[in-house]
Design a protein around this ligand. Structure first.
Ligand SMILES: [Fe+2]
Length: 296
């Protein structure tokens, strides 16, 4: 998903595009063909219909304010015209996954790297690496929300610190269980939750699994608990962590991570599906039906 895996880098950067030192490129609009735009439209239309009543209001507001449209792969420049004045964030095009430190430096400077290319028509439901649909439709709408924007900025700074302190797994888990697979409380929704994580938003299967399946645990967000919890990248999530509202992320953004990382860096991580006596459990999962996923 979007916590970068440096092992995959070389192959993905061989796209014949001129890459800057910070791994960004100019979005090559001329390379998008009819198939790319059709795939964008199909995914956009399908997910927008599926997310109705399931995704948080802040996401929908972001889609509207950014003028996202199903018609074609968006121009990143056009998105930045709305995004930059609102929260100081802008998106930058990249050929694929970028090294950890580069990714975090972008975040710490309010730049979100967006993979420029679109998946193929036979990859609508399954894709191991982030493409433009995941990165843009999944991640960018919340960057126009001021609280989430500040959270992402603080995350980037904390991740840089963790990188230097050899504590990156702790921050990778926080990203995974919030930015990628976060749920938010909503009493009127199935299982009392709505969706905000990009890995859910951009995936048909995980949209349904996260909100409506009986299989996964849904546990109230707790920063230290999340940072200690392992995750799986090859299945739907066994556990989702649920924030009460975005003010919880505001609190996380103000956390002094240095002492926290020092205390947790050597702690034994918790298995992905474990429920602890100290957890505030919203729904306890049956564990059944954990299908192989792999999409983003
Ligand atoms: Fe992502």
């Amino acid at each position: 998903m979007s916590v970068p895996n440096t092992a995959k880098l070389k192959a993905q950067f061989d796209a014949g595009l001129e890459t800057r030192a910070d791994f960004t490129i100019d979005q090559p609009m001329h390379r998008y063909g009819a198939i790319d735009h059709a795939v964008w439209k199909q995914l956009y239309t399908r997910q927008t219909a599926l997310l109705k009543g399931r995704v948080c209001d802040e996401f929908l507001e972001g889609v509207e304010r950014l003028n996202l449209s199903p018609e074609s792969v968006p121009s990143f420049d056009a998105i930045n015209e709305q995004l930059l004045p609102a929260t100081g964030w802008r998106i930058v095009a990249v050929p694929g996954l970028v090294p950890d430190q580069v990714f975090f430096e972008h975040l710490a400077n309010r730049r979100f790297p967006v993979t420029w290319w679109m998946r193929r028509p036979d990859q609508l439901d399954y894709l191991q690496e982030p493409d433009c649909f995941h990165d843009l439709y999944g991640h960018v709408p919340l960057l126009i929300n001021p609280v989430f924007a500040d959270y992402m900025h603080a995350y980037g700074r904390a991740a840089l610190f963790a990188h230097d302190a050899n504590a990156l797994p702790l921050l990778a888990r926080l990203y995974w269980y919030t930015v990628e697979f976060g749920l938010i409380r909503d009493a009127a929704s199935p299982n009392g939750v709505k969706i905000y994580g990009a890995g859910i938003v951009s995936s048909k299967g995980e949209t349904l699994h996260s909100q409506q399946s009986d299989a996964p645990n849904r546990i109230a967000f707790d920063l230290e608990r999340v940072m200690q919890t392992q995750y799986r990248i090859d299945t739907f999530q066994k556990t989702y962590f649920v924030i009460d509202d975005f003010s919880q992320l505001f609190d996380v953004a103000r956390t002094d991570f240095a002492p926290l990382l020092a205390r947790l860096v050597d702690a034994t991580p918790l298995p992905a599906g474990e429920v602890r006596a100290t957890d505030r459990v919203i729904t306890r999962g049956t564990g059944e039906g954990w299908a192989t996923n792999g999409d983003v």
